[in-house]
Ligand binder design. Structure first.
Ligand SMILES: [Fe+2]
Length: 140
């Protein structure tokens, strides 16, 4: 599959105070855990789950839920270009591009003019967080 756009929706991140129960509930719905990890900012656990078909959810462990949806993540072909493009088109930089070694990816965060948090992520080819279904390749 070739994606002509410069990005596609990769996953959504949800806060939860009981990540074990939430992950267990999602696995009963057919999702599988791709990876458990540690959140780069909070130091608390995260879990990335996949339905194996077309969707991924990131659970983020928190002490208190502040919002149902924490962020939407878009996979991009080239992070620096995508980040700069988002900022030049009205998004505010929330976190500059950085290496997320556990995910074998580079990522950054921006906020839309309405304040929504958007993650941009450029996966390495061998990233454990890449979706298990056929990944699109970027058209040149
Ligand atoms: Fe995320």
């Amino acid at each position: 599959m070739t994606v002509p756009a410069s990005a596609f929706l990769d996953h959504q991140g949800y806060e939860t105070v009981d990540i074990d129960a939430e992950a267990a509930a999602l696995t009963t719905m057919g999702m599988t855990v791709l990876r458990w990890g540690v959140h780069a900012v909070t130091g608390k656990r995260i879990a990335l789950l996949s339905d194996g078909v077309a969707s991924k959810i990131e659970l983020m462990e928190v002490d208190a839920v502040t919002g149902v949806l924490d962020h939407c993540a878009f996979a991009v072909a080239e992070l620096g270009e995508a980040h700069a493009g988002a900022v030049s088109n009205g998004c505010a930089e929330d976190r500059a591009p950085f290496r997320l070694e556990a995910a074998k990816a580079r990522t950054s965060f921006v906020r839309t003019p309405a304040g929504r948090l958007i993650q941009l992520v450029q996966y390495d080819d061998d990233s454990p967080d890449r979706a298990p279904w056929d990944q699109p390749t970027w058209s040149e």
